[in-house]
Design a protein. Structure first.
Length: 166
C-alpha cells in the first residue's frame, strides 16, 4: 500500500510539473517563456559593485554638499528632472544639480543616511533607486538610469521626488 501511494504521489508530481511547463510555454497572446537554465556563474556581480561605487559617489557628494565629489558619477550629458510644488516639470542639465548642491540651502550633512534600494541591470543599461534622509534637512527618492560606456558605468539621467518633512 505504501509503495502504491508513493508511486501515485510521484506520478501526480511529474504530471503537475509537465502541465505547469506546458502552461508557461503557451501564455496568452502567444508569448513565449524561455526555458530555465542553471546559471553557471553570477552574471552581474561585478557590474552591481561598479554601479554601487558610482551611486556612492553621488551619495557622498550629497553628504558633503560637494559637486566635485559627485561629478565623476555622471555623464557630462546627464539630465535631472522632477516635479515642483506646483506640479510642473522642472529640470534640465545635470549642471543644475552641481550648482545647487554647492550653495545654500545645501550644507554638509554627515548625519544623512542613504540606501541603494534597487539596482536592475541588463547588459550595458541599468536603473537604480536611492532613498536618502536628512540631506541638508531634505529626504529624497532618486531614480537613476546608468549606461556602461567604454567599460565604465555612469549616470545619464536622474529623476527624483522630494518628500515632505515630518
Amino acid at each position: 500500500m505504501k509503495k502504491t501511494l508513493f508511486k501515485t504521489l510521484l506520478f501526480a508530481a511529474v504530471i503537475s510539473g509537465i502541465g505547469a511547463t506546458a502552461q508557461a510555454a503557451n501564455l496568452q497572446g502567444g508569448q513565449q517563456v524561455a526555458s530555465s537554465k542553471a546559471i553557471n556563474k553570477p552574471t552581474y556581480v561585478q557590474d552591481y559593485q561598479a554601479i554601487a561605487e558610482v551611486l556612492n559617489k553621488y551619495i557622498d557628494g550629497c553628504k558633503q554638499a560637494s559637486s566635485m565629489v559627485m561629478k565623476p558619477a555622471f555623464s557630462e550629458k546627464a539630465t535631472i528632472f522632477s516635479v515642483d510644488a506646483k506640479g510642473k516639470l522642472t529640470g534640465g542639465s545635470i549642471q543644475e544639480l552641481f550648482k545647487a548642491i554647492d550653495n545654500p540651502p545645501f550644507r554638509p550633512s554627515p548625519e544623512a543616511q542613504s540606501v541603494i534600494v534597487k539596482v536592475d541591470i541588463v547588459g550595458t543599461a541599468a536603473s537604480a533607486r536611492v532613498d536618502s534622509n536628512d540631506v541638508s534637512g531634505f529626504s529624497f527618492s532618486d531614480f537613476f538610469h546608468l549606461l556602461k560606456v567604454d567599460g565604465k558605468w555612469m549616470i545619464v539621467s536622474k529623476i527624483f521626488h522630494t518628500h515632505v518633512a515630518p
